[in-house]
Design a protein around this ligand. Structure first.
Ligand SMILES: Nc1ncnc2c1ncn2[C@@H]1O[C@H](COP(=O)(O)OP(=O)(O)OP(=O)(O)O)[C@@H](O)[C@H]1O
Length: 432
């Protein structure tokens, strides 16, 4: 049996109308029947474009949202059916690392306090001294100096804050860590460091990861198995190498064709598959195959009427497409969408404007390695600090009154809420 198994998981959010929002007029099918297995000591990468339901699936595993249907089985126990009290104990074994490390760390608490909170909630460590020693050991593992204990989140760079987020999960000795977009808020040069750290920790501690990301390049190297999600469902799943060598679902083919070839010496001969139209609303998903409204190979028969199931095509490769075999054999005619030469040629021909030098403050904020560097970074981030304190206050205000659960903050709904709030603010700031 796998360490974590999801079987037919559905999360449908009610859409409410009326003066008191008491009339349910429909449902958002955020997750619509996902089954997958995460093996102990391995990494399952879940990819898909924004809004396809990745985050909701991660939250469903932790029971931070209600599961409408299906099973989430951790080490033989179905979490979906556990009473709340028992679920609270199970949460230690399932930890989450969030996209926005700043939004998920309370700016009023120093690092020792942040890391101690969850340990106290789960009765880890006989004394504060014992907990401190454990925290110091974990800080060393994630590459942070011991003097980080008495510092506050704003004193660290983005990459270091993510290391704190990882340390917070690790002190609870979890079986599975769900990493939700763990590096997408970080500078590209820092992303690889954090991904490498996750890999090293996995090797050393035998951790199991479910990594959620919209970026295929992020999950590629870290994942043993990759699942591709579209509109609440998995459309393809395969061992990482097999998926990259030969994507079989039209949606995966389109996603892959947009990933740039990393080596500039290698000529990119691939064709780019351009999808037409936007992601349909999960409140009103298309009939039949969810992807048929945008599929370049859509056929008149079956596609709009029958929903394809994930089918094993050999080598642990599963595909949900009625015509996967014909597409692979090249015998199916494309019916819509554009296929254009690789992006590289277009880029090579285009005039690239000179990039302005990064401001000194930004440079200084990049991943300091010593305490001295951390000081410099802290100064560089002074402006950011003012903003942080504000966000923190908002999050804290929302926290009050939940004393019993406060200690669980580190890994549960509260943290998720903070992260969500920060994300919402971010989304509101960024035009669509
Ligand atoms: N609490 C909620 N109530 C209603 N709809 C929701 C709720 N949470 C998420 N949704 C909707 O469910 C769908 C899936 O959202 P989700 O955040 O899981 O997608 P995602 O793939 O993680 O996207 P992103 O990367 O942008 O977060 C979206 O259409 C979203 O608007």
């Amino acid at each position: 049996m796998s360490l974590l198994e999801l079987d037919g998981v559905k999360v449908h959010f009610p859409v409410k109308r009326g003066v008191l929002f008491d009339r349910v007029v429909g449902h958002v099918h955020a997750v619509d029947g996902v089954s997958l297995k995460v093996e102990a000591g391995q990494t399952y990468g879940l990819v898909g474009e924004s809004g396809c339901g990745k985050t909701t699936l991660g939250r469903a595993v932790l029971r931070l949202v209600d599961i409408t249907e299906g099973e989430v089985v951790l080490d033989g126990t179905d979490l979906a059916k556990l009473p709340d009290e028992e679920m609270r104990r199970f949460r230690r074994r399932l930890q989450m690392v969030f996209q926005d490390p700043l939004g998920s760390l309370n700016p009023r608490q120093n690092i020792e306090s942040i890391l101690t909170e969850g340990m106290l909630a789960h009765g880890i460590g006989a004394s504060q001294e014992e907990r401190r020693e454990k925290i110091k050991a974990i800080l060393a593992k994630v590459g942070l100096p011991a003097n980080a204990l008495s510092r506050y989140p704003h004193e660290f760079s983005g990459g270091q804050r993510q290391r704190i987020g990882i340390a917070r999960a690790l002190v609870l000795e979890p079986d599975v860590i769900i990493c939700d977009e763990p590096v997408s808020a970080l500078d590209v040069s820092i992303q690889a460091q954090v991904i490498n750290l996750l890999e090293e920790l996995q090797e050393e501690l035998g951790l199991t990861y479910l990594v959620i990301a919209h970026d295929l390049a992020v999950v590629r190297h870290i994942s043993d198995v990759i699942g591709v999600m579209y509109l609440g469902a998995l459309v393809e799943e395969a061992p990482s190498d097999a998926l990259y060598a030969e994507p079989k679902h039209p949606y995966t083919k389109a996603l892959m064709s947009a990933v740039p070839v990393p080596d500039p010496e290698v000529e990119d001969r691939r064709e780019r598959i351009l999808l037409t139209g936007d992601l349909p609303s999960p409140a009103n998903p298309p009939t039949g195959c969810r992807f048929h409204t945008r599929c370049p190979w859509v056929q008149e028969t079956l596609c709009a009427t029958e929903r394809p199931q994930l089918t094993d095509v050999g080598g642990g490769h599963r595909v949900a497409c009625h015509y996967a075999a014909e597409i692979a054999a090249g015998t199916l005619t494309r019916t819509m969408g554009d296929v254009v030469p690789a992006a590289r040629e277009e880029i090579a021909d285009a005039e690239v404007p000179a990039q302005p030098e990064a401001p000194e403050a930004e440079k200084a904020a990049e991943e300091p390695t010593s305490a001295e560097d951390a000081d410099k970074a802290a100064k560089a981030e002074e402006t950011e600090t003012a903003e942080t304190a504000e966000t923190g206050e908002t999050a804290e205000t929302a926290e009050r009154g939940e004393t019993a659960e406060t200690a669980e903050t580190a890994e549960t709904a509260e943290t998720a809420e903070k992260a969500e709030k920060a994300e919402e603010t971010e989304k509101a700031e960024k035009p669509a």
